[in-house]
Structure formats: structure tokens, C-alpha cells
Design a protein around this ligand. Structure first.
Ligand code: KIV
Length: 325
């Protein structure tokens, strides 16, 4: 059937680490201070690739602002994705299509300030990589300048040249195939992809093309687990699944979905770890009641004047009252 094309990027890494620097005795990061942070625990595209080789599951969650980014990063999640799903869960759009480069940049900067360890990936929004190669590189470079460490683009084989161009410009790329939400109109809705033999073959071509062109990872969304498993075995770069079963190298979910912060019933693949929507609603209602009944704020929640100032204030008030009699 389809031949496996080994990722040139990953092969370079193997030679570089085992045949080069490491064989000399000391890893480069042990002898050179490259960053001011703890360089060794930082997740990079190389760490992700190594995790695949060691069959160590990769974790990925979306985050869209400083607070959520800090929580995700401090929980030890490997990849923080500033997904264009922010258009729906943060901005209330019906789908991801209206999201702009400026909106993605705004959220990427906020997330950057909250992330220290995780690998930070930003989605390129619809139409930011569809017009020309030149414009794609220019837009992608803006995301890197805003703090992203890789950009994610949707599509497989047909994006191969673009991926190559971005990688040439030193911009790491994460691919995204299967159910690609930016193609919602072309797909005729959000439907599971890769169900026929032809579709499976195309998905395999897509994954191999992304690997060949230097993508550092690929998101597999909304495809049968058997197909995700095939692709995961066939390519050397890590696969990160969402609605693609347990055999991918890693899993990604949307922050708001797993915490119960969305307003529609969750998709089949979503596991809810908390119902923060209900927690927040109860807290808001309690605040409303406390203000209406006068129980908030209490004296202990108020600032007070120093004793001497208060005494002087009382004296003045007393004198004024006496004078008016
Ligand atoms: O936009 C997004 O959140 C995504 C993932 C869920 C893969 O693309």
C-alpha cells in the first residue's frame, strides 16, 4: 500500500543527538546557557518527538488568556494551543471562520505571558494562509514574534508546499487533518472524516506529506480510531488526537469543554473533568443575593480610618451640630 517516508527533520535530530553532540560526552544544553530559564525542562518540538519514540503520551490543552495559560502550564501539560476555537468559546462566534489574525495575536500574547514550560502553538486563522505563500510566512512570523513556538495550519497534502516554506523560514509547523473546522462549509458540517477506503488513503497521503515537508507534529481530528492508529504507526512525527481514539501519540481537548464552560452539549469524545459553569453560576447568584440583602460587604470587608482621624471627624461633626442649635 502506502510507503512510509521517514521524516527528514526527525532523522536529522537522531543523527544530531546520538551521533554528534551527545556522543562527544556532554549535551550542548549542559555546557551553554542558552536561555535564562530552566532550559532542560522546557518542552520543545524535539521533546515531543522523543516522547513519541519512548511511547510517552503527550498532553495538549487549549488556553486563550493569561489565567488559563498559567493553570494549564503549571499543571504540567506539554503543549498549550491557542486554538482558533477561541472564536467560539471566548468570542461567541458561530464557528471559527470569522477569527482574525489580530484576534489570534492578542490572545497569543496573553497566553505567552502565562506559559513557561509548555510548547506554545498558535492556530493560523482561516484566510491567513490561503492567499499566497508570501502572505502566509508574513502572518506566521507575526505569531512567532508574539510568542508562539509553532503555528498550526489545517489541511494535508495541499498545504505541503506552504509547510515547506514556513519550515524554510525557521517557523515550526503543526499540521491538522481529518475534521478540519475551517472547512466546515466544504465538508457540509462537522462530520467524522476518513470512513471510506479512499478517504483513509487520502488521510495517509496527507499525514505523510506533512511529515515529509517538515511538520513537527500533526493533529488528527474526528477520524475513526483505527485510521488514527494506522497513521500514528506510519509516521515518525507525533500525532495528537481529538476525537481520534486512544492510539495517537497524544491527546488534545478544548479547555472550556473539559471544565464545563460551554453552552451546548459536548461532543462524544469530550470528557468533562469539572462543571465550572455550575460552580460559577452558584457563586454569581450568591453575590447577587448578598448585595441585595446588604450582607455584602461586611464591616470586615471594608477599609477604616485611623482612630485619631475618626475621633477628629466626630469632634468636627459634634461642633457643627452644636453651632447649628
Ligand atoms: O482550535 C482548536 O482548539 C483546535 C483543536 C481543538 C485541535 O484546533
Amino acid at each position: 500500500m502506502i510507503q512510509s517516508a521517514k521524516n527528514p527533520l526527525s532523522q536529522r535530530r537522531v543523527t544530531g543527538l546520538t551521533g554528534g553532540i551527545r556522543e562527544c560526552g556532554t549535551a550542548l544544553e549542559d555546557i551553554v546557557s542558552i536561555t535564562t530559564g530552566d532550559f532542560r525542562s522546557k518542552i520543545t518540538s524535539t521533546t515531543l518527538w522523543e516522547k513519541k519514540q519512548k511511547h510517552e503520551p503527550i498532553t495538549c490543552l487549549t488556553a486563550y488568556d493569561y489565567a488559563s495559560a498559567r493553570l494549564v502550564d503549571e499543571a504540567g501539560i506539554d503543549i498549550v494551543l491557542v486554538g482558533d476555537s477561541l472564536g467560539m468559546v471566548m468570542l461567541g462566534y458561530e464557528n471559527t471562520l470569522p477569527v482574525t489574525v489580530e484576534e489570534m495575536l492578542h490572545h497569543t500574547r496573553a497566553v505567552r505571558r502565562g506559559v513557561k514550560r509548555a510548547f506554545l502553538v498558535t492556530d493560523m486563522p482561516f484566510a491567513s494562509y490561503h492567499v499566497s505563500g508570501k502572505e502566509t510566512v508574513r502572518n506566521a512570523a507575526r505569531f512567532i514574534k508574539a510568542g508562539a513556538e509553532a503555528v498550526k495550519i489545517e489541511g494535508g497534502e495541499k498545504r505541503a508546499q506552504l509547510v515547506e516554506r514556513l519550515v524554510d523560514a525557521e517557523i515550526p509547523v503543526v499540521g491538522h487533518i481529518g475534521l478540519t473546522p475551517q472547512s466546515v462549509h466544504a465538508m457540509g458540517g462537522y462530520k467524522v472524516q476518513g470512513k471510506s477506503l479512499n478517504a483513509i488513503e487520502q488521510l495517509m497521503h496527507d499525514a505523510l506529506a506533512l511529515e515529509r515537508c517538515g511538520a513537527c507534529s500533526v493533529v488528527l481530528e474526528g477520524i475513526p480510531r483505527e485510521v488514527a492508529e494506522l497513521i500514528t504507526h506510519e509516521i515518525d512525527i507525533p500525532t495528537i488526537g481529538i476525537g481520534a481514539g486512544p492510539d495517537c501519540d497524544g491527546q488534545v481537548l478544548v479547555f472550556h469543554d473539559i471544565l464545563g464552560l460551554t453552552f451546548a452539549p459536548p461532543a462524544k469524545f469530550v470528557r468533562r473533568y469539572a462543571d465550572l459553569g455550575a460552580v460559577i453560576t452558584t457563586a454569581l447568584q450568591e453575590f447577587k443575593t448578598d448585595v441585595k440583602t446588604g450582607s455584602y460587604p461586611a464591616d470586615a470587608e471594608s477599609y477604616h480610618l485611623p482612630k485619631e482621624t475618626l475621633a477628629t471627624l466626630h469632634d468636627i461633626a459634634e461642633r457643627k451640630r452644636a453651632m447649628s442649635l
